[in-house]
Write a protein that binds this ligand. Sequence first.
Ligand code: GLN
Length: 489
Amino acid sequence: MSLYKETAASLHQKLVEKQCSAREIAQSVFDCMDEVEDRVGAYLSQNRQGALAAADKVDRQIAAGRDIHPLAGIPIAVKDNICTQGMTTTCASQMLYNFVPPYDATVMGRLKGTGAVLTGKTNMDEFAMGSSCENSHFQLTRNPHDLRRVPGGSSGGSAAAVAAGEAILSLGSDTGGSIRQPAACCGVIGLKPTYGSVSRYGLVAFASSLDQIGPFGRSVADVAALYGVLCGADPMDAPSARRSYPDFAALLKGDVTGLRIGIPREYYGPGVDEQVRAAVHGALADLERAGASLVELSLPSTDYALSAYYIISSAEASSNLARFDGVKYGYRAPDCDGLIDLYEKTRSQGFGDEVKRRIMLGTFVLSSGYYDAYYNRAKRLQDTIRGEFEEAFKLCDVIATPTMPTPAFKIGENVDDPLKMYASDVCTVTVNIAGLPGMSIPCGTAHGLPAGMQLIGPKFSEQVLFDTALTLENIRGNLCPVAGARGEG
Ligand code: GLN
């Protein structure tokens, strides 16, 4: 049975109707992993025994006639910067190569409460810094649609796992695009939730004011169901919003009648690949025919967003990563001569080049002579960008843009050019800067590869994003067929 190709919703149906067991679902996903993981490299560690035990528990509940949660028995992969009690959480860094957290992130507690089955921890760019997974200390992850290409990043392992059928759903984290950009590259759906809606407790911090955990899936309903489990107030996370959330999956309508979709011209400029632009326009035309109207508008500060993002995120990273000193966690350099030598050697050997680049940049922009010229200026730009979105949402209900200006690039193509690598986030960073929800959905192909459309809404408007995406899914059918992960590589 190719259970691994199905959605969580259809697997849940099969479970309650006793057409299959949770163990069979887990086994089907493992069989797929046996077939493709050598080529894809989505996982840093696997949890087969634990997954089977969790699946058996769900099967016992079903046999005992108990009701099960829609995610019970559903195989879910988790990015390796989300703390999992008793399981290594490396952030794809030498610095944390042996770190086994003594506690679960809040989202892990929530997932376990549903009876979901954890398949393993996925590859990523080191400390979530990157756009291709090539900054992982441990391994490459390849795009299941074309093994010569990157899966995007930094949550590339989580996106690739879902795209290849090595998980039904997964979790990533998004600081400047790290869920949406790999979702676009791998032809799956990814949501960066409203800042403050999903607890960051137990997420290894990159840039705390921007980081959010969010779901990947192969159907809109699945992503809505997983988001419904992840969101919620948490006293362990200071910016967590004190509010309640509806049952998103149950409320899905898939109706865009009267919906005003904003088209910000800055996101469709000459830097965007012709075929990506055409794919997004094709999806917009479908939504228009379904009753939405398109509103042209302008978000003039978009051009400065990348600079503001890299200043703010690096500043916060330089502070957050100060805790990795060889004393408390993970890696400790051997043969050190005193404390300062221990710090220096541990950090020189434990961090990769990109992480060091961010720490140096962040330290520089926060230093006394440059604080006003860089960090304060970037923070002022953040206010401007937020204000522009607020104005835009007076004219429209949701904004649509390409997720990424190009389809997935070739492995190695951008590794020696950090600025080119950073440019692949040009459409996504504004959303984190403004704290808004953003979702990437497959909208066709460009050069034979998946292209993604990004939907952006006002804070806490996830339901509108889901309904817009569902409309497209209803028109086009399955947006995310499982990729075969064949070909060179
Ligand atoms: N690619 C961006 C960066 O390198 C975003 C990363 C992220 O969202 N974690 O910072």
